[in-house]
Design a protein around this ligand. Structure first.
Ligand code: DHE
Length: 529
């Protein structure tokens, strides 16, 4: 099987549910045969496509529990059908969509009826052995490039080839293409913006120096075997000092030296669900944001529904202080409100946005929005009627939920407005200088090549649609907030740059392999979205 994922496959591994099979059987089916060789292949396919939703231990999160006591209630043929054709509940049709052959769906059906393999641990010893500093701090530039606005650089994830393209936001020139981890997921920047950090699904963190000419890889470390999030210390006095990676497996977070990625401390996250107090040995770290108001990171623990505030002010002594806030299950992605005091995070399996007050250190509200909210980091703007709002789109329905974030209003932390989309969406974006709100339709089979644009000043007006020649995913603004960058998600992909005022294409950067998330240095550093 091709280890480089084809594009829409990805959404997938994650955004889906293995739903009820058609042919139920009252008694457990026999455990099917599988050779050692087949088992190894199936393990890789499972990691690649399935574990994001179903978990490494298959106990379920966004997707269902698919341990053998459940999967063996179904016939092999019924499981194969689900794997091949997908389900209405969101499970992708891996065969139908061309990502698995009939033999592979048969293999995966047999695999999930067999015992779950225990994934290996990954400790400090392994991390240290994987740690490489490619450019020592002393050999790095001492000042930024003089003739370029490096804060307007963009890091663009080239997902299926595990690379990052650094593009100059002014000249639109590709400055460098840099190796990163497997199926790289997101990028974040240091407090100064000088360093950009990437996290691969294989737990490999890489850091790039934006002051180098061209920007280049300076260090890497493997923090685990499955990860999705990375961030840095942004509080005054700790700028560029630490980075942190949240791993899916092993369930832990790792604090790293900010300028070299030297691993400093590993902290486990296994624990008890916030509501039923059941032990979850797979308690994955989902999103992380860095507080601007305190020496703290805010981490979300998917399976237990707990939000962790991690105080790093005593890290010089190797000490961290954790505060645990009950929120909701299963926590996924989120971002700041416009004041950067409230963290808004999706508990997407419970159709909820949890609001965390990071100053008073408590849960403010659990807001039911729609089926499986998926904000990315969300979008903030000033609504003409309701003032400050933050919004999310949904994986499970075509809905934009707009939530008041003004605590002085009696409708604060409620959904004050809803916009309809024609189908499910992945990401939403705006900018303080824009009057447009952009939503992609990546996982809407009928409209995946369409970008939907709402006018925030005329919230009742019908949205405009921009049709592209390929599947569209993820949007990001330039530093000035007058251009929006959109990925055409294909192995012969491109980043299209639209003028935010006219919605006309200004130019496109072509020859990019599966461009996915895009991160402008200035906006990422200052959490502008
Ligand atoms: Fe993501 C953010 C997890 C599938 C592209 N994704 C996140 C975050 C998490 C997450 C926890 C928040 C990180 C943070 O802010 O610290 N994503 C997962 C999954 O578990 C899931 C559902 C399945 C999987 O196996 O990975 C999944 N994600 C996808 C995709 O299929 C996407 C579309 C393409 C890809 O990379 O495979 C995808 N996720 C992204 C992007 C962001 C993201 C671009 C950052 C959005 C932003 O603007 O910050």
């Amino acid at each position: 099987m091709n280890k480089l994922l084809a594009v829409s496959a990805t959404i997938t591994s994650g955004l889906l549910l293995m739903a009820g099979a058609t042919a139920g059987a009252a008694e457990l089916q026999p455990v099917p045969n599988i050779t050692d060789e087949e088992y190894k292949t199936a393990q890789f396919i499972y990691f690649d496509r399935c574990s994001g939703c179903h978990g490494a231990l298959r106990k379920g999160a966004t997707g269902k529990n698919i341990t053998p006591e459940n999967t063996r209630k179904k016939t092999l043929a019924a499981l194969e059908k689900i794997l091949y054709d997908g389900t209405d509940a969101g499970m992708p049709g891996w065969g139908r969509d061309g990502f698995m052959t009939r033999d592979e769906t048969n293999l995966m059906a047999r695999f999930v009826q067999n015992e779950v393999p225990q994934p290996p641990e990954w400790n400090m010893k392994e991390m240290k052995a994987s740690w490489k500093v490619h450019v020592p701090v002393a050999d790095r530039p001492t000042e930024p490039p003089k003739d370029k606005d490096w804060q307007n650089y963009f890091g663009v994830v080239l997902r299926d080839v595990g690379k990052i393209a650094i593009i100059d936001g002014d000249s639109k020139e590709i400055l460098n293409i840099i190796d990163s981890g497997f199926a790289t997921h997101i990028l974040r920047t240091s407090a100064s913006g000088r360093y950009m950090y990437a996290i691969g699904r294989d737990g490999k963190a890489t850091m790039m120096d934006m002051w180098a000419e061209p920007p280049d890889l300076v260090a890497e470390v493997r923090t685990g075997i499955d990860a999705r999030s990375i961030d840095t210390s942004k509080y005054k006095g700790f700028e560029d000092k630490y980075a942190i990676v949240g791993d899916y497996w092993p369930p832990h977070y790792v604090i790293l030296e900010g300028d070299t990625l030297k691993p400093l401390k590993v902290v486990g996250t296994r624990g008890y669900t916030y509501d039923t107090n059941e032990y979850r040995d797979e308690t994955r770290v989902a999103s992380i944001v860095a507080s601007h108001n305190a020496p703290e990171w805010i981490l979300t623990l998917k399976e237990t529904g707990v939000v962790l505030l991690v105080d790093y002010s005593m890290m010089d002594e190797g000490t961290i202080i954790e505060t645990k806030i009950n929120a909701e299950r299963f926590l996924h992605d989120g971002g700041w409100d416009s004041t950067k005091r409230y963290f808004m995070v999706a508990a997407n399996a419970r159709d909820t946005i949890s609001v965390i007050d990071t100053v008073d250190r408590k849960l403010v509200a659990n807001i039911i929005t729609g089926t499986k909210p998926h904000p990315g980091r969300g979008a903030n703007w000033v609504d003409p009627e309701f003032g400050n709002v933050w919004a999310t789109v949904h994986l499970g329905e075509g809905l934009v939920s707009i939530i008041s974030t003004d605590p002085s209003k009696d409708y604060a932390w409620t959904v004050v407005r809803e916009w309809q989309l024609d189908g499910n969406s992945l990401f939403i974006k705006t900018h303080p200088n824009s009057t447009n709100v952009y939503c992609d339709n990546t996982i809407n089979q009928n409209k995946s090549n369409v970008l939907t644009v709402f006018d925030l000043e005329n919230p009742d007006a019908a949205p405009r649609e921009i049709v592209f020649d390929k599947k569209v995913v993820h949007m990001e603004f330039n530093k000035a907030g007058d251009e929006v960058w959109i990925s055409l998600w294909d192995k012969d992909g491109a980043v299209v740059i639209l003028d935010d005022k006219t919605l006309k294409e200004k130019t496109r950067v072509t020859g990019l392999h599966t461009p996915t998330g895009k991160f402008n240095v200035y906006n990422t550093t200052n959490d502008i979205y």
